[in-house]
Design a protein around this ligand. Structure first.
Ligand code: ZN
Length: 389
């Protein structure tokens, strides 16, 4: 690929949650990168994942086959008018809110959620016991427009935004607007103040500041979140399912790392107002529950998950904003977006999310999350960047 394409390729891949990956000095015995990183063109694309019509059919089938135990609703509409679904299961007092594919080219979380919803809504005694203790609300594929055209961004022009918010006429477009694809990184459009109304002086903004709820997709998540706060007081857990570049290894560089997780999205909560329910320890416990669920899978590689960079400060993300409001938050960064080898390893990668997220929900349901040691979080190996050149 040409140097220009290579630069675009790297900037589209390494800057996942906005943190520039640091290049580690590799010993001579490092893992062979090119052959195992999955950056080859083959196996990429999104045709191995459900499209919007198939997502719709699958959710309807899950609702039918569980006799309505999994309840599917349209929570809102994308900028292009596609349905954004919620699937809800369980009647417990503790709520777990899970979102997948806020970035349209990050599909594995959606696939995993479809399997998990079927399982959580199932007729087994385990599923019935779980449903008594916990309520799970999922948005499988938030960015339905980006999913359909296989872009990180949604499909929305700045003119569309000004039409919705005339007070923004003449201001510089939001920093997270990509004019090349005419779309926004929706995961920078969040604000811990759910009643925030876009103000001209708050644009174009930047990654260290809060977002605006200018996209219909972020507005839909906000509305679901607000509804759950009204119902449960606090949204106990918020989990966001993403994908990252393929070429990361474990800290000891012995194995590729197929997953990074994180609890940390805010440097200083007081910078954004008064948020007394912000609870870093609860977020750490939730991450440790995921980590521990994925240990003990022997040679499968599921145990090689790592910690996402802890220098992250992104208050405009859903994770950052909802952490400020008191949710325990977990980021999943599964290896490989659609432009890498994500499709080729689809089965393994979706199973990994099912084990990790399923383990968290189990720990919440059986109460064992309360005795999880949050200090284990700081012992999870760091993610190491492998330059693929
Ligand atoms: Zn992402």
């Amino acid at each position: 690929m040409s140097p220009r394409r290579w630069t675009a390729f790297l900037s589209g891949s390494a800057l996942l949650l906005g943190t520039v990956a640091t290049t580690a000095a590799l010993p001579a015995s490092a893992i062979p990168t090119e052959s195992h990183c999955g950056t080859e063109a083959s196996g990429s694309g999104n045709n191995g994942f459900v499209n919007h019509a198939q997502l719709t059919n699958t959710l309807q089938r899950i609702e039918r086959s569980t006799g309505g135990v999994v309840e599917v609703d349209v929570a809102g509409f994308s900028n292009q008018g596609r349905e954004i679904y919620t699937a809800r299961v369980g009647e417990g007092d503790t709520v777990v809110f899970v979102e997948s594919q806020i970035h349209g080219n990050e599909n594995h979380g959606t696939e995993a959620l479809l399997n998990l919803l079927q399982q959580w809504g199932g007729a087994t005694p385990e599923a019935a016991a779980l449903r008594e203790e916990v309520t799970i609300v999922a948005i499988p594929r938030l960015n339905v427009d980006g999913g359909e055209r296989d872009t990180r961004q949604n499909e929305m022009t700045w003119d569309d935004v000004v039409a919705d918010f005339p007070q923004l006429a003449g201001v510089e477009p939001a920093w997270n607007y990509n004019s090349r694809v005419d779309g926004f990184d929706v995961n920078r459009d969040f604000n811990p103040d759910l009643d925030y109304i876009p103000q001209p002086e708050d644009f174009p903004g930047n990654s260290a500041d809060t977002g605006w709820y200018i996209t219909p997709e972020a507005q839909t998540v906000r509305d679901v979140y607000r509804g759950l706060e009204g119902e449960f007081g606090t949204v106990d857990y918020f989990v966001d399912l993403h994908n990252q570049w393929s070429c990361y290894a474990t800290e000891d560089q012995k194995n590729m790392s197929p997953l990074s997780i994180s609890a940390k999205f805010i440097d200083d909560p007081s910078e954004f107002g008064t948020w007394p329910k912000f609870d870093m320890e609860a977020s750490k416990r939730a991450n440790v529950a995921v980590y521990e669920a994925l240990q003990g899978h022997g040679e499968s590689g599921y145990g090689d998950l790592t910690l996402y960079p802890q220098s992250t400060n992104l208050p405009g993300t859903a994770l950052g904003s909802f952490a400020l409001r008191g949710s325990a938050v977990v980021l999943f960064e599964t290896s490989s977006q659609t432009q890498y080898d994500g499709m080729k390893r689809n089965g393994m990668l979706r199973k990994q999310i099912e084990i990790g997220l399923g383990g968290l929900v189990d720990a919440v349901a059986d109460g064992s999350i309360a005795s999880v040691d949050p200090t284990v979080y700081d012992t999870i190996p760091q993610r190491v960047f492998l330059p693929a050149d």
